[in-house]
Write a protein that binds this ligand. Sequence first.
Ligand code: AMP
Length: 442
Amino acid sequence: MTVTFEDLGLGPDLLRAVSEAGYETPTPIQEKAIPYVLMNRDVLGCAQTGTGKTASFTLPMIEILSQGRARARMPRSVILAPTRELAAQVAENFETYGKYHKLTMALLIGGVSFNEQEKLLDRGVDVLIATPGRLLDHCERGKVMLTDTKIAVIDEADRMLDMGFVPDVEKIVGMMPPLRQMVMFSATMPKEIRRLAEKFLRNAKEITVDPPSSTASTIEQGLAYVAPRQKNTVLRKWLSEDDVKNALIFCNRKRDVATLYQSLQKHGFPVGALHGDMDQYKRMECLDRFRQGEIKLLVCSDVAARGLDIAAVSHVFNYDIPTSAEDYVHRIGRTGRAGRSGKALTLTTGRDQKQIAAIEKMIGSPLPVLEGYEQHSQQQAEKPEKESPQSKTRSSAGKKERPPKRSRTPWGQEGIGEEPDTGLPFGQTDGVPAFLLRAPKL
Ligand code: AMP
């Protein structure tokens, strides 16, 4: 029997907001976690982004917090997130699901002016969402007191660990009353996270759900052997097919992101590009346009796409085979999210058999080769393919495509530049997400 949101014990206002968000049924983590959070139990969730974990704590929190009032400078609930980007996403969730509740929310993250947020805190907030460093700073200056915290959430605990935030988190939790409820999420459970869980949680319900990558049954995968010079033509052919509603296109090298972006733009595709050098504001703007459907295609590198959360991506195209099998799983996991179906098609020139073997080992099955794109057809593919109507209008079929000349000037709104492979997580640059500049409301 399919479990519904009604079955989980959520009130009518939340059910309305959830249905307006377009969700039909709870995801496994929501199904498992929501009833326990509603019972005021501590929960330890082993779940990654893409599983619907944010709603699994925001929904019951809204329900619990709908009773009672906040006191000045004493938030009733605290959510700790490792990056400002994640904190902003959690805040967006509260806005979406809490639209029929009168809860107040404040966000303490880097890069945002605090005047507004401090005014809200002074009046009292129901939900405080913060990165650990910022919150600690406010606590130490006496701007926030955690002694009235009823519910605390630590999101992405393993990332907190990677980023060295554990001492700050321990200090923060130490300021909370011992009888609060706590929910902790982590994608992995290393020893240090287990230790934290033992220290912070009491009689916790432990919940584990499969990472989105293993829900690969919702993702149709395909591999195409093509000659190097045919890559763009084949990609454009795919992009012109009807069922591509929106897509992420991954390249291994930053210069290929730039070249492919320019080429697709030249062929009239509504395309943007994401790279690690763009400031945060530009990235969020570009992502917003993609979410709104203004830009249907995003060419990106692995670094830029890390941590990206877009619910409904119909296709992922690998312009290159990623050098690591983990990256492949991560890339294709951008589609087929939260139970939706998706397609992930990969181009290969046949020179990357080692990577293909590593990917197949990791996903536990061979990558299906697309009909007409078998390995032996590579030489034939050197012959020009029939072009899509969209591209035909702009380039004559059969003409060898020359990569567009690179320029040093910015490339339109989305801007392309050299991307230093800093390895920094997505969202670790300066700038403010556009929607944060609006007054927060619930
Ligand atoms: P998360 O794992 O919290 O980052 O969520 C991944 C994506 O799934 C988000 O973009 C949500 O909007 C979406 N989502 C969350 N719950 C559901 C649901 N029950 N049905 C469909 N999509 C959902």
